[in-house]
Design a protein around this ligand. Structure first.
Ligand SMILES: [Zn+2]
Length: 225
């Protein structure tokens, strides 16, 4: 009986942890989408730097920016400076791009790809926009975005950031739920099941018929009080 009680307690803990992780994942995606929806494109940058990376075969020009909201990272990578006039150049230096930045290797050195990453506190979702010079015109397309009217909603997962955010939000949810349960339990009268609130006054057994758990109520309470 005690062993069974212990197993079900473990099972409840695992279910609770899974439930919190699901809530954490939903929160992670929701927060990233709200940020993406409110800061859809370039503009309003809080900080910006540009630099050149030489990887042996080619030279990449990179624009790295954070928006004023500080929740969106923006990397524009191309074969040459596209907007030199707009950006303050810090000169040439060796920099490593974050792993999640997509570099478009195209035929033309005019091609560029812009990777934007969203999420808080860590960037968790991303989308990429490509601009390619074909013939006499420009072709733009996206990868990892849903187009929602004029907004781009990202859905490509940045695995380390996503896991970090899920853990953080799951912990917050666990704390909130535990607090709520504790408060509700404290407000329960002594004659009620301390787990589910079922009225145990006329029952002889210490096991709650509603939830099946041993009601941790004070046992020798006068019934019918
Ligand atoms: Zn109960």
């Amino acid at each position: 009986m005690a062993a069974r009680e212990r197993i079900s307690r473990w099972r409840r803990a695992i279910i609770f942890a899974c439930f919190c992780c699901v809530l954490g994942a939903i929160t992670t995606v929701g927060v990233a989408w709200v940020i993406a929806f409110r800061a859809p494109g370039p503009g309003g940058y809080a900080s910006m730097r540009s630099y050149t990376i030489r990887d042996g075969a080619s030279t990449w020009f990179v624009i790295e920016a954070r928006t004023k909201r500080r929740c969106v990272s923006h990397y524009e990578v191309s074969g040459r400076p596209l907007r030199t006039l707009e950006y303050k150049s810090e000169g040439f230096r060796d920099v490593r791009l974050p792993d999640w930045v997509s570099v478009q290797v195209g035929e033309s050195w005019l091609n560029s790809s812009t990777t934007r990453a969203y999420g808080y506190p860590v960037r968790a979702l991303k989308g990429v926009e490509f601009i390619e010079h074909q013939g006499s015109g420009w072709v733009a397309w996206q990868r990892g975005y849903w187009v929602c009217r004029t907004r781009l909603i990202p859905f490509h997962v940045i695995v380390p950031g996503f896991i970090a955010n899920v853990v953080i939000y799951a912990a917050i949810w666990a704390g909130v739920i535990a607090m709520a349960q504790w408060t509700r339990r404290r407000l329960r009268p002594a004659w009620a099941c301390q787990h589910c609130g079922y009225d145990l006054r006329s029952l002889p057994s210490a096991v709650c018929p509603e939830c099946g758990r041993v009601a941790r109520s004070r046992p020798n309470e006068p019934s019918g009080a």
